[in-house]
Design a protein around this ligand. Structure first.
Ligand SMILES: Nc1ncnc2c1ncn2[C@@H]1O[C@H](COP(=O)(O)OP(=O)(O)OP(=O)(O)O)[C@@H](O)[C@H]1O
Length: 275
């Protein structure tokens, strides 16, 4: 049986003249990694902040881990982890002191040193946070988001500023958490991150969901026309196998520089948000 971690119906939020969220429905199942994609200003952070209990909605029904985030309780909060877009504080405390301090807020916190290791900061554990680079501070934010062993983890653009190795390490951490049953809601602008991590993805544009599904099939990607390319030409076709056979006959065997491609997630995403 799948249980629902997040249920949203008809969510709206307006700031003055701006309709930031214009009627969103969402179901996020317990244990899945759910990504929210969309251009700047689409309404992602507003939506996620409402789910986190940090922003009030205008209308709609919202249930997060069985409770209304519009009336957050301490017990409910302790079941949720949040990694916000802001970089960590410029504090005088060390990485280890900070992570230990936060661990003290939760009934069943993870081991601070283990978490520091998992985010790749073991060598910096004794350093003051203000001495860290931007990407390293972001990793402290991630450590603080997961230290309380949350059932549901919100990650708002978590890998912005990470170097490629740190991103890979972070992806491993998220996969490990998902494997242990943590539900993860991820907003990101990195399409490779969505492909690497997400079970399902929703694309938001102008405050509405314009597509939802698995990254591999989003917006009809898997069944879209393929492009068959070869040295000197290309053709778009819904029967690429036949096209390759015909080319093979024409060339009498190997087709030089043969490629068969379908729209990438980026192609699909851009079509969805521009359309
Ligand atoms: N506190 C606020 N007051 C007024 N307008 C706001 C406020 N917060 C967001 N907005 C507006 O609401 C819209 C949605 O913003 P939101 O931050 O939710 O977008 P986003 O999808 O998270 O964007 P980004 O990818 O840039 O983080 C934007 O037009 C933004 O200017």
């Amino acid at each position: 049986m799948t249980t629902t971690a997040v249920r949203v119906r008809g969510l709206t939020k307006r700031y003055g003249d701006v309709q930031a969220v214009g009627g969103i429905d969402l179901d996020i199942h317990a244990g899945e990694v759910f990504a929210i994609l969309g251009p700047n200003g689409a309404g992602k952070s507003t939506t996620v902040e409402i789910l986190e209990g940090y922003r009030r909605r205008d209308s709609g029904e919202v249930s997060v881990l069985g409770a209304d985030p519009g009336r957050p309780t301490r017990a409910w909060r302790s079941r949720i982890g949040v990694v916000l877009q802001t970089a960590g504080d410029m504090t005088e405390a060390t990485v280890r002191e900070t992570v230990r301090h936060f661990a003290g807020f939760y009934p069943d916190a993870r081991d601070p040193d283990e978490v520091i290791e998992q985010v790749g900061l073991a060598e910096k554990a004794g350093r003051r946070i203000r001495e860290l680079s931007g990407g390293q501070r972001r990793r402290v934010d991630v450590a603080l988001g997961v230290i309380g062993r949350p059932e549901l983890l919100f990650l708002d653009e978590p890998t912005t500023g990470f170097d490629p190795e740190a991103r890979r390490r972070f992806w491993d951490l998220i996969r490990g958490l998902a494997h242990q049953g943590t539900t993860i809601v991820l907003t990101t602008h990195y399409l490779d991150e969505v492909e690497a991590l997400a079970d399902r993805v929703a694309v938001i544009a102008k405050g509405r969901i314009v597509a939802e599904g698995e990254p591999a099939t989003l917006g009809g990607r898997a069944t879209a026309e393929a492009t068959v390319g070869w040295a000197g030409g290309s053709v778009e076709t819904d029967a690429p196998t036949r096209a390759v056979l015909e080319l093979s006959e024409r060339f009498g065997g190997e087709v030089p520089e043969l490629t068969v491609t379908r729209p990438s997630l980026e192609d699909t995403y851009l079509r969805l948000v521009e359309g």
